[in-house]
Write a protein of this length. Structure first.
Ligand code: DOR
Ligand code: ZN
Length: 346
């Protein structure tokens, strides 16, 4: 039985670190990753290179001394974004990618794209300069059922967009459906997808069966079991176009536990432990490193991290905090109740 594995240091290709007291509370939990793509959906959103550089400085201040994490900043695409600003921030080494939120799709997405024709020249300039577009792939049409919004987005928005701009490098973020898996598999070299830890572990029953559980609610919302199984196959199957983006998205318990609670699962503290468990269950521990540490870097045309981490397996699951403190409030850690056998070695 394997009870210790080493991995090149993992990267997190989709992470929310927030700002202020929340940033101070959550950043240490991602400090052991190598690179992390930092989501720009602050209030107000990160829309200029100057703002991205200042946000990066705040993140560096929030990280513990000696942290491995190298934040990879993103700009939030709006209808008003200028191509020249993106290209300058990219060429200047300030940003790694640009994030597309359809307006209204999720947390702090009100400034997102409302008119895809208007951003077309920006997408063309990004394709030309080699800037990756990270896409939140859900339509916002209220007539579309929330469980269908990813599949419909592929047909209505993403596929037409990629046909218009085939050279654009696109990461379909946090895919949650078998349609997403199939689309990315068939999509050629300029398309990849991140998969979260939580979408490998829960299906929609976790949110809705036997009582409503807001801590499992995120966007895109977890789908039925067949989709979770398709995601597990994609993540653990060794295909280079799928890689880890945790989408760790902390909200205070007060913000989640209310009549209209926020979307997001805070997975950073246990994410590698849970992922290792998932890969072990699938008999795929030998493919974990590809998913966490190699495939994403390759898509972003970066070398994999040279240093390594180790995870060790204990015989009995460990106790771990179900909440952390953040600015006088609490944030619940995913997954309260999931057995944690694998631990990062000190
Ligand atoms: O569940 C989510 N939370 N999905 C997103 O797309 C955004 C994120 C957040 O910022 O809270
Ligand atoms: Zn996200």
């Amino acid at each position: 039985m394997t009870d210790r594995i080493t991995l090149r240091r993992p990267d997190d290709w989709h992470l929310h670190l927030r700002d202020g007291a929340m940033l101070a509370a959550v950043a240490p939990h991602s400090a052991g990753f190598g690179r992390a793509i930092i989501m720009p959906n602050l209030i107000p959103p990160v829309v200029t290179g100057t703002q991205a550089a200042a946000y990066r400085d705040r993140i560096m201040e929030a990280l513990p001394h000696g942290a491995a994490l190298q934040p990879q900043m993103t700009l939030y695409l709006t209808d008003a974004t200028k191509a020249a600003d993106i290209v300058a921030a990219f060429r200047g080494g300030v940003i790694r990618a640009v994030k597309l939120y359809p307006a209204g799709a999720t947390t702090n997405s009100a400034s997102g794209v409302t008119d895809f024709d208007r951003v077309q020249p920006v997408l063309e300039a990004m394709a030309e300069a080699g800037v990756t577009l990270c896409v939140h792939g859900e339509v916002t049409d209220p007539a579309v059922d929330i469980f269908d919004r990813e599949a419909v987005f592929i047909d209505r928005v993403l596929d037409p967009l990629r046909r218009r701009t085939p050279e654009l490098r696109v990461v379909m973020e946090h895919i949650t459906t078998s349609e997403g898996v199939a689309y990315v598999r068939a999509g050629g070299d300029n398309l990849a997808a991140t998969i979260t830890t939580h979408h490998l572990v829960i299906n929609r029953n976790a949110i809705l069966a036997g009582g409503i559980r807001p801590h499992y609610y995120c966007l895109p919302v977890a789908k039925r079991e067949s989709h979770r199984l398709a995601l597990r196959e994609a993540a653990t199957g060794g295909e280079a176009r799928f890689f880890l983006g945790t989408d760790s998205a902390p909200h205070t318990d007060a913000a989640k536990l209310q009549p209209c609670g926020c979307a997001g699962c805070f997975t950073a503290p246990n994410t590698l432990s849970i992922l290792t468990h998932v890969f072990e269950d699938e008999g795929a521990l030998d493919r974990l490193e590809g998913f966490t540490s190699i495939n994403g870097a390759a898509f972003y045309r970066l070398p994999p991290n040279e240093d390594r981490i180790a995870l060790v397996k204990r015989d009995t699951p460990a106790e771990y905090p179900t909440q952390i403190a953040a600015g006088g409030e609490t944030v619940t850690v995913f997954d309260p109740g999931f057995p944690i056998y694998w631990h990062l070695e000190d």
